[in-house]
Design a protein around this ligand. Structure first.
Ligand code: HEC
Length: 180
């Protein structure tokens, strides 16, 4: 069967590429979201001891690690969220951009009630049955737009078990529990 032979050759070729085409050194730059270099950021091969520190231009060179087809690197600097990227044989030079921690309040934060009062049992049932279905179909395309259409409480998304545990906890009953 020539078809099978062709397929096996394709698989062997793909495996050879992945086995032989490896990244042994990653170079790059760590910058802020505004494009400024980050000095002194720690860059490492994810979950290993192989690390480098960026210079004043935000540049780093990482090597000495066991080479692989894909190398996931992470970057960390004081005041920023950890960010990362994957270096590939065709992308050995990478740029990681860092987002600073939020230090102020979020002005668009809105209060989420534990439980929305005044809904009928049928409304509750409909809302709580449709959210998991929407999440199953697509979190971004279905769940988020649907959930934005209702006033939702913690109980609507987090289900009876989790909400039951939470609402009977000392935390939730902080204002009515005389022991606290
Ligand atoms: C619109 C739906 C929705 C509402 C309303 C909602 N949550 Fe969540 N919550 C989520 C989703 C989605 C996640 C992320 C779950 C994940 O990443 O696995 C989450 C995560 C969490 C987590 C982290 C759980 C973990 O394992 O890390 C906590 C704690 C939490 N929610 C508590 C609350 C509380 C308390 C409220 C009410 C004040 C609330 N949520 C309201 C949808 C919601």
């Amino acid at each position: 069967m020539p078809g099978m032979l062709f397929l096996s050759m394709l698989v062997v070729a793909a495996m050879t590429v992945v086995l032989l085409w490896r990244v042994g050194e990653v170079r790059g730059k760590v910058v802020t979201t505004g494009g400024k270099p980050v000095n002194g950021a720690t860059v490492r091969v994810k979950a290993t001891e192989f690390q480098a520190v960026t210079d004043s231009q935000g540049r780093f060179v990482l090597n000495g690690f066991p080479s692989r087809f894909g190398i996931t690197i992470t970057a960390w600097a004081d005041g920023y969220y950890i960010r990362g990227t994957v270096a590939r044989p065709w992308r050995r030079e990478v740029t990681v951009s860092m987002d600073p921690y939020r230090t102020g309040d979020n002005p668009s934060y809105s209060w989420v009630p534990p439980k929305v009062e005044g809904r009928s049992a049928a409304e509750n049932l409909l809302i709580r049955a449709s959210l998991p279905i929407a999440a199953f179909l697509s979190f971004n395309k279905m769940f988020l737009p649907l959930s934005a259409r209702f006033t939702l409480g913690c109980a609507d998304c987090h289900g009876a078990t989790i909400y039951g545990q939470y609402s009977s906890s000392a935390h939730a009953r902080g204002t009515s529990n005389i022991k606290l």
